[in-house]
Design a binder for this molecule. Sequence first.
Ligand SMILES: [Zn+2]
Length: 325
Amino acid sequence: MPQSFGDDALGYFTERLDQAVTRAALIGTLHRAKRNKAFQDSRLVGLAIDGTTAGHSTHRGCEYCRPQHNANKEVIAYSHQMASISVVGTGLSLPFDVEPYGPGDSEYAAGQRLLARARSQLGARFADYLVVDGEYATAPFLHAADRAGIPVIARLKDNLPELSQSVERRFATCPPTRVYRDGKDRLEVWDADDFAPWETLRWDRVRVIRYRQHKPDKTIVEAQWLTNLPSRRVGSLSLYHLAKSRWEIENQGFNDAKNRYGLEHICHHHPNSILIGWLLVLLVLVIERLYRIRYLHRGTHRVLSADQLCRVLWLSLSKPSFDTG
Ligand SMILES: [Zn+2]
């Protein structure tokens, strides 16, 4: 008699799986994609690191469930936290590793572990830059990137008051360095590569760009980024696009992984089961994207989205079969 197996068996199984094997599969897939020229349309390949939460629940499911507070500091829910790393800036976002962090740990420390692991597994020449949000723009993280041999582009916010103030003093009083037409947007860019590093940062100089993006609907987006990428290698407009590639880890990374690939749901609250579940979701996402966006795109037809492709598949299944005999 065939017997079905229950959730307990799956829980027992995933608690004992070796995460290193799934991580190696993801790294191997990226190496193969690069060898097969999946990123060849982009001059530079980027990496982005950022944090997110998943597995929201109203009660605590395990010791790694972290409380979420409302404005009055009352616990309203629990969730699991992770930092993730993704290939960006190539027209093909591929999130390829996650690092969970629990009580006593931080997104920032998890991000540094991710970066060190990516460097040792991908090799020094896989990516050309790393792009991160403002909370990673600290001397220890930038030094970790130096050790990994990768230039960084980091959002400049008020958490670096010394640099922010000298940037404001210089840029507020002078016209933009360059004005561009970028698609339908008008873009004003201020760019200078000779700001003094703040006290703890062991860089000779800091390059900062500020952009003011005027969209056709009159909205204006303004932001500042710091970097150690030299201007002779990456011009102002290119640097603007590299900085914008950070959004991929939020949109094509976390949002897609949660809404379309099931990253949000935790089947079994055990640290190893959760990590294995997340890594398997990333492996599925990476293979699916490589297949759909690169392999299926050979030829002249346009790239289909995953749900368009699914619809085409269903329609093709309903075609009348014909007699081959
Ligand atoms: Zn939990």
